[in-house]
Design a protein around this ligand. Structure first.
Ligand code: AMP
Ligand code: MG
Length: 362
């Protein structure tokens, strides 16, 4: 399975998300059980999966991604009933959250069970777990019959994949198979909450707004500055948060406002930076919103992420837009900021990290 260093093309298996073909899922599950690496769709982004108990396969995830060994993986389960096999001292709150939000885009951090491999948790005493809702992902995990360890199916540091084509861009020839089920629903990763802390801590904002979790928990979730995409985190607090993430090849800056009522001012600053960069001969891309699109007439590479009133759409389009600007060969990206509420927090976390924390306030 590629261990010999022979680069054969990944098998691409098209599976309908509405009506997944059982035979195809069995075939792909067979590749996983033999120690293979398979990229598969989830409702968030595409994941790069290995059977979590197969040591060599898990190590291969790190190798092909170029992922630092101290950045742990998420275990994907078919049911909350599997929690007992991977975690210990599971608090009542975990079951309450699972009942409400699983299957779905919420990852819980719990104390790890004994059987979980060190590589999966990067040697930490805690493990990240979730039950995905995508029918193909669920079918695959059920068929494998044990947890699948899977980070996002992108080269370390690159924007996460929302289509099978993105996975092939990064990994063709290095993994065994890709399931193609079209574009993912949310287009951003799961929300990660550490339940071993009290009050619980947001490790990464994601497809489930943290406010929805707070409503159920009846308590404020701690939102550290690294979860907002500001600055770097200590390894001990939140592994995986200290690396540059989601980055396009182009250099990038985010233009922010303290209060997003004055969009003309935001657009003016974006234009000013774009004009200055273009005057130095750079090909400039602009990431904006439907409301501000008209300010950028005359600029060539302008992409709107969607309407500010529908952050679901904005989040969903984000990674694809970053990859699209790379494909068009822009050298510099100027991105508009969004209000940090609901999915806006998720979008700002990704934008700030993609920009390597280069932020300008208008
Ligand atoms: P990815 O699915 O590629 O976004 O990567 C999984 C992410 O989950 C990592 O980057 C970490 O931020 C987080 N994670 C996984 N396991 C743990 C853990 N034990 N403690 C804290 N964060 C974790
Ligand atoms: Mg990732």
């Amino acid at each position: 399975m590629g261990a010999s260093g022979v680069h054969k093309q990944a098998i691409v298996v098209k599976i309908s998300p509405e009506n997944p073909d059982r035979t195809l899922i069995e075939r792909v599950a067979g590749i996983l059980k033999m120690g293979g690496l398979v990229a598969f769709p989830t409702e968030t982004v595409y994941g790069l999966g290995a059977v979590a108990s197969i040591h060599e396969a898990v190590l291969r995830i790190f190798k092909v991604k170029g992922r630092p060994p101290d950045n742990p993986l998420i275990l994907h389960l078919a049911s909350p009933d599997w929690l007992h096999s991977v975690a210990r001292d599971v608090p009542e709150l975990a079951f309450k959250l699972a009942e409400r939000f699983w299957p779905g885009p919420l990852t819980l951090i719990l104390y790890r069970g004994e059987k979980v491999l060190d590589e999966v948790t990067a040697g930490l005493p805690k493990v990240a777990v979730r039950v995905p809702s995508h029918p193909v992902a669920l079918g695959l995990i059920e068929e494998v019959g044990e947890p699948i360890a899977a980070p996002s199916a992108n080269k370390s540091g690159r924007p996460s994949p929302t289509r099978a084509e993105h996975v092939l861009e990064d990994f063709d020839g290095e993994i065994d198979a890709v399931i193609d089920s079209g574009e993912t629903l949310h287009g951003v990763e799961s929300t990660i909450i550490d339940l071993t802390e009290n009050p619980p801590v947001l490790i990464r904002p994601g497809a489930l707004p943290v406010e929805d979790v707070e409503r159920l928990v009846g308590q404020k979730i701690v939102v550290p500055s690294f979860a907002r995409g500001l600055g770097e985190a200590e390894r001990a607090i939140a592994p995986g948060t200290k690396y540059r993430h989601y980055a396009p090849k182009a250099e990038m800056v985010v233009v922010e406002l303290d209060n997003y009522s004055d969009l003309a001012r935001l657009a003016e600053k974006v234009r000013e930076i774009a004009v200055e960069k273009a005057s130095r001969g750079l090909r400039v891309g602009i990431l904006c919103s439907d409301e501000t699109l008209h300010y950028y007439e005359g600029f060539k590479e302008v992409l709107s992420l969607g309407p500010r009133g529908n952050m679901f759409v904005v989040a969903r389009n984000l990674f694809g837009a970053l990859r699209e600007l790379d494909r068009r060969g822009v050298d510099f990206i100027v991105a508009e900021g969004f209000e940090e509420r609901g999915l806006g927090l998720t979008v700002m976390n990704r934008l700030r990290k993609a920009a390597g924390f280069k932020i300008v306030t208008a």
